[in-house]
Design a binder for this molecule. Sequence first.
Ligand code: ATP
Length: 232
Amino acid sequence: MTKTVRICDVTKDYGSVKAVRGASFELGEGELVALIGHNGAGKTTLMKLMLGLIRPSSGSIEVLGDNPAAGEFAGRRQLGYLPENVSFEAALTARETQAFYARLKREPVAKALDLLDAVGLGSASRRRIGTYSKGMRQRLGLAQALIGRPRVLLLDEPTTGLDPELRQTFYDVIARLASEGATVLLSSHALTELEERAGRVIIMNRGVKVADGSIEELRRLARLPTRIRLKV
Ligand code: ATP
């Protein structure tokens, strides 16, 4: 399996706060991975490091074969990111917003607009975003992150507090993308049904990677019966 992300003994300090402490893992093409941890576990920091928005204090990061924090990082256009609490200009419609981001990323506008149907926003796409529910804004955030068919898609707590139908839409869309070869990393506070369906789960606790494996492996490790959810 071709590796798209390599995190090697990475530490990130914000002053005296140790957000990530010596984390190492690799992600491959076609992998759908859940990144689980409580508040402050270091999930967002790891994603920002992979995006090259911040640099590690020590250790190395490679994304699509390069250092993502390098100015000339060629893979940048192949990364998709849905930040936690994504926000949009309320006065615009979803179509206007999606067209704007497509032009910004120099991707075809028509394809970007098709993504609104894929996330279930087709019929609401001409409404102003100011009238949208949180779930609808999350759908739009996903559609935006999918522009340009990213090879690496990072979704920061996209489904926290969302209804089961929307969780299913998210899962269907990202599972399809992964089956086509993308790497998808999805963070969450806890393992819900959705994260349990990911092929692999990485658990972070206070900046430390404490587990990494399939849900079956983690259950065996924790010696939990199948019906009990693994709490972190
Ligand atoms: P959450 O579930 O709350 O989003 P998280 O797992 O994404 O948590 P991070 O946002 O990566 O965790 O934060 C890890 C630690 O680093 C926390 O203690 C946080 O307060 C701290 N931290 C994050 N960003 C900064 C920053 N810019 N300056 C100082 N401390 C920061």
